[in-house]
Write a protein that binds this ligand. Sequence first.
Ligand SMILES: [Zn+2]
Length: 531
Amino acid sequence: MAKERLYLFDTTLRDGAQTNGVDFTLADKLAIAGMLDELGIDYVEGGYPGANQTDTELFASERKFNSKFTAFGMTRRPGRSASNDPGLAALLEAKADAICFVAKSWDYHVRVALQTTEDENIASIRDSVRAAKAKGREVLLDCEHFFDGYKANPKFAMACAKAAFDEGARWVVLCDTNGGTLPHEIEKIVGDVVKIIPGDHVGIHAHNDTEQAVANSLAAVRAGARQIQGTLNGLGERCGNANLVSIIPTLKLKPEFADAVETGVTDAALKKLAQISYALDERLNRAPNRNAPYVGASAFATKAGIHASAIAKDPATYEHVLPESVGNRRKVLVSEQAGKSNVLAELERVGIKADKDDPRIGRLLDLVKEREAIGYAYEAADASFELLARRTLGKVPAYFDVVQFDVNVEQRINAKGERVTVTLAVVKLKVGDDDLISAAEGNGPVNALDLALRKDLGKYQKYIDDLKLTDFRVRILNGGTGAVTRVLIESEDAAGERWTTVGVSPNIIDASFQALMDSIIFKLVKSGAPA
Ligand SMILES: [Zn+2]
């Protein structure tokens, strides 16, 4: 049986822009639209032309995407004609392939919020769809509060949806605007709607207020809807929108959906999903959610000893899909409770050959336990674990030596009479027979030290040029004799590979220095730099 086409509509740049703390620039919007296009999303909703400067600029020029670039806005205001509504005019002028209107479909909102009649609300939908069609745009109608509206007055909610469809709107999108509807209710109501409007013209727009936006979207598809609206990483106001990063792999990898529908996302594009999810977080300067389904760093990480040994025999024993299919990877966590099997499985994964009877494996296990007891967290710092393992097995070259470093923090009054804090770090290195000294100023001691350390590594400089620190996390741990600081540093290179290193010390600069050193040495090992 031929599969039915299911369309994906991304609203990261419009509804996702409502997220607390998110503020997209024009450059952000264009970069994210490019990522969505690369992923194979059918519709990319760019924003609300006329609502703010960024969105107006975004829709002032032609944007060339394979995805249909979509402008969002309201239907004409009640009591006005379509030709005499500046908001609608701005929307019709926007350089977009499609227009997504939003309109009320709950009688209560029409009365209280809009203070108009049901007939006028429906006339406004008809007029607006007609005006956009006349402009040659593909038209979508978001029916706001559709599910609450349907429960209160099914006849009116349906009349709103039907009016748009009858005027030639390509899609009628049913919105769970408050996000409080449950999956079985969604399935039932969408089932009613597709008896009147064919499912291949019906979409779902779910919010996550009961943490079921993904489930609600899938319930709508089960009932016959053929468009899903959502955002990358579930961005959106309050609890967010339906997370396309979870929905897409479910549609593609779970037979119930994969056998019935197909999307514009290819298998090859699916393998970039984890990377795209990280790239968005990085652009927003947010730490990625480690527990995110499919793409999170912990999504395929196993800790307990018996699970790890089973995974080493056959991954399918504890994994619901292959991590590689979404661009993620399997990880066996090495922790205080680690058994030999964890250590061996992890060594194998990172490509270190080791004999299970090698006494050095036992020594490595003891080292991990000892160090975790004083605050190291190897399960969160895979690169530091790999280095510890390689060192124990005698496989890390002594690339360079830090002979001495010095960090000076000074607060003083500058020439303008302002109180400023200046940080200077000086690092003395020995690389082969060369003595190198680098100095750098930074916005703080760790930043200055990092800049100085990476400024001149002599013959190794070319291997670390593309090294970038992407996250820096500090935690104070209360040990028996006093507080110690644990620093976790996440790094990335031009190939998009990411790794985490750890340092522990009562002194935050010492702890940071250890983590920085591990990151640099890990990069040299990974790049195959000669000793
Ligand atoms: Zn919404």
